[in-house]
Ligand binder design. Structure first.
Ligand SMILES: *Cc1c(COP(=O)(O)O)cnc(C)c1O
Length: 260
């Protein structure tokens, strides 16, 4: 992992606006333009990849500032935290996509507070979501999370089981499958990181070919602070970035990704 990418950019003093939260807006805008440049450099359309700012551990006052500056969409990893932020920031117009491991007993809250779920990785979860969505007369955009790193500590369906899971999830009319999501291996070895992203793209192409009826696979949610540039080169359409915007987090990654 490239540690330098986790540091928010402290630019020359004369450019820093007086508001203490302006630095985060500036970082966010900087990364948005970088994403556009990278897309063009890689022969993709300028807007082919979107930034999802990840706000876990980030205070509501910072998020409120971003909303006031027309940034409304955020990613959260824990339902408890999402709930607290929803209650405080919904009036500001904030919207959330859920990117964390979802337990079936938290499905109801997740549906209430989010407009897309990146992390559907098992049929039981699909079932629980469908049941609650039917009750509420709603539908939900979802991504299927695939474990491309081979690490047991990461959530996600195994690559060779992804097609079967997508085919089962498609039976639920309330679930609008939009594509796939992954977390790459944490490694200094760029080649290993890149092969996780390649694998996700291959799986999505395979699903497009082999799924019996039409299935949408237009989103690839892959890339975070340490590796989003590689992910964009490999076709990412959504990068989920926290630390490069907001600075290093004190909570370890294991708090978010390891089972148990
Ligand atoms: C926290 C998180 C990210 C963003 O990680 P950063 O290192 O802060 O960029 C991306 N994806 C998921 C699932 C996360 O939980």
């Amino acid at each position: 992992m490239n540690k330098h990418n986790n540091q928010p950019n402290k630019d020359s003093a004369n450019e820093i606006s007086s508001h203490p939260n302006a630095i985060y807006l500036k970082n966010l805008h900087r990364i948005q333009s970088e994403i556009k440049e990278l897309c063009l450099l890689n022969g993709r359309k300028e807007n082919a990849c979107k930034l999802l700012p990840v706000t876990k551990t980030i205070s509501t006052n910072i998020i409120e500032y971003l909303c006031k500056n027309k940034e409304f969409l955020f990613g959260e990893n824990k339902i408890q935290e999402l709930k607290m932020k929803y209650e405080t920031l919904k009036p500001e117009g904030a919207l959330w996509q859920f990117i964390g491991h979802l337990q079936t007993n938290k499905v109801k809250d997740c549906i209430r507070f989010s407009e897309m779920i990146h992390s559907v990785d098992r049929i039981q979860l699909g079932q629980a979501l469908d049941k609650e969505l039917q009750r509420q007369g709603r539908s939900m955009e979802i991504l299927v999370q695939v474990n491309t790193s081979g690490e047991t500590s990461k959530f996600g369906v195994q690559p060779e089981e992804a097609l079967e899971l997508v085919n089962k999830l498609r039976m639920f009319e309330t679930l609008k499958i939009k594509g796939l999501m992954t977390l790459a291996i944490f490694s200094e070895d760029v080649g290993k990181v890149r092969s996780c992203f390649r694998k996700l793209k291959e799986i999505s192409e395979q699903i497009l070919c082999e799924a019996p009826n039409h299935v949408e696979m237009k989103e690839l949610s892959m890339g975070m602070s340490s590796d989003y540039k590689i992910a964009i080169e490999e076709g990412s359409t959504i990068v989920r970035v926290g630390q490069s915007i907001f600075g290093p987090r004190s909570t370890p990654n294991s708090y978010y990704w390891h089972e148990g």
